[in-house]
Design a protein around this ligand. Structure first.
Ligand SMILES: NC(=O)c1ccc[n+]([C@@H]2O[C@H](COP(=O)([O-])OP(=O)(O)OC[C@H]3O[C@@H](n4cnc5c(N)ncnc54)[C@H](O)[C@@H]3O)[C@@H](O)[C@H]2O)c1
Length: 306
C-alpha cells in the first residue's frame, strides 16, 4: 500500500533536480504522475524532452505509472493542456506540485528586460497558470458533487524571495509573489477542500552547485541532507492527507532543519485622528522607527523575530 495509491499528480520541472525527486517519490508511493519539463537549460533557453523521458522510464521501470508532458508552464494554453493531459490519461487530478524554475541573476541596474520577463514568466506565471486550470477543474468537480475535492497544490518559493537576495530582483520578486499567491489561493480554495502550501527548498542541483560547493556536498558516512530527495519528503507530506488542516503555509527545508515561515506583519505603529501631514509623519517617525535598526533589514531573521 502506498500513501498515494489511486492519486494523480502533476510535477512541473520534473525532468531533473528537485522536481525529478518529487515525481519519483510520489510514484513510488502509488501516484500516477505527469512529469512536466520542457528541458530548458538553467537560464530557461532551449528544449529537450529527454530528461523528462528518463524520469518517466525510471518510474515505469520501478513498476509505477508516469507520462511525459513537454509544455511550458509559463504558457496559458500549455498549462491548460497539462491539466487536461492528467485528466485524460489518468482519469483525474489530485495533486499539483509547481516546481519548474530558471535563474537569470543580475544586479538590478544591469538587468535586461528579457532577463526580468523570463524569470517572472517561468516562476510567477508558471506557478499561477497550472494552478488556475487545476483549480477550475476541481471547482467543476466540487459543483457537481457538493463534496470537498481533497486536492492539494504545493508551490516552490525561495528564501531568496522572502529574505531579499541581492542580484536576484527578478527571481526574488517572483518567489515572494509565489509565497503571497499561495496564501491567496489557499483562502480562495479552502471551502472546496483544496489545500495550497509552499516550500522554500535548499538542495544540491545544477542551480546551486556553483554557489554552495562544499556546504551541500555529500559527506562520506553522513546522511545526505542536501540531496533533492530530502526536500521531496516535505513536499509529499504536504501533498498527502498526513497534513490535513495545513493550508496557506510556507515551509523552509534546509538540510536537517525545517521551519514554518511567516511574512509581512506590523512591527510598530502610530495612530492619529487627523489627516497625515509631512510634519505629523515626521513627528510619528520617532515612535515608528524606535528600536528598528538603521539600514536595510537583516538578511535572515532569527527564529521568532518580527
Ligand atoms: N536548488 C535549490 O537549492 C533551490 C533553492 C530555492 C528554490 N529552488 C527552486 O526549486 C525549483 C527546482 O529547482 P532545481 O534546483 O531542481 O532546478 P533544476 O534546474 O535542476 O530543475 C528545474 C527544471 O525546470 C525545468 N523548466 C524550466 N523552465 C520550464 C518551463 N517553462 N516549463 C517547464 N519546465 C521548465 C527545467 O528544464 C529543469 O529541468 C525551482 O523553482 C527553484 O527556483 C531551488
Amino acid at each position: 500500500m502506498g500513501r498515494f495509491d489511486g492519486k494523480v499528480a502533476i510535477v512541473t520541472g520534473a525532468g531533473r533536480g528537485i522536481g525529478a525527486a518529487h515525481a519519483v517519490l510520489l510514484a513510488s508511493e502509488g501516484a500516477a504522475v505527469v512529469v512536466n519539463d520542457l528541458g530548458a537549460d538553467a537560464t530557461g533557453s532551449g528544449a529537450d524532452l529527454s530528461p523528462a523521458q528518463q524520469v518517466v522510464e525510471q518510474i515505469n521501470a520501478a513498476g509505477g505509472r508516469a507520462v511525459v508532458n513537454g509544455d511550458s508552464v509559463s504558457s496559458w494554453s500549455g498549462a491548460e493542456a497539462l491539466i487536461s493531459q492528467a485528466v485524460e490519461t489518468f482519469g483525474g487530478l489530485d495533486i499539483l506540485i509547481n516546481n519548474a524554475g530558471i535563474l537569470r541573476d543580475r544586479m538590478s541596474f544591469s538587468m535586461t528586460e528579457e532577463e526580468f520577463d523570463a524569470v517572472i514568466d517561468v516562476h510567477l506565471k508558471g506557478h499561477f497558470a497550472p494552478s488556475r486550470f487545476a483549480a477550475a477543474y476541481w471547482r467543476e468537480q466540487y459543483k457537481a458533487t457538493n463534496e470537498p475535492v481533497n486536492a492539494k497544490i504545493v508551490n516552490t518559493a525561495s528564501e531568496s524571495g522572502l529574505y531579499a537576495n541581492g542580484g536576484q530582483a527578478n527571481y526574488a520578486a517572483a518567489k515572494a509573489g509565489i509565497a503571497s499567491m499561495t496564501i491567496v489561493m489557499a483562502r480562495e480554495l479552502e471551502r472546496m477542500g483544496i489545500r495550497v502550501n509552499a516550500i522554500c527548498p535548499t538542495a544540491r542541483t545544477r542551480l546551486t552547485e556553483d554557489l554552495a560547493g562544499e556546504f551541500m556536498a555529500k559527506k562520506e558516512g553522513k546522511p545526505d541532507q542536501f540531496a533533492p530527495e530530502n526536500i521531496s519528503a516535505v513536499v509529499a507530506w504536504l501533498a498527502s492527507d498526513l497534513s490535513t488542516g495545513i493550508t496557506g503555509q510556507v515551509m523552509k527545508v534546509m538540510g536537517g532543519n525545517i521551519q514554518v515561515l511567516r511574512g509581512w506583519r506590523p512591527v510598530t505603529e502610530s495612530t492619529d485622528e487627523m489627516e497625515w501631514t509631512l510634519d505629523s509623519v515626521d513627528a510619528a517617525s520617532a515612535k515608528l522607527f524606535e528600536g528598528v535598526p538603521a539600514g536595510v533589514p537583516k538578511f535572515m531573521p532569527a527564529l521568532g523575530e518580527g
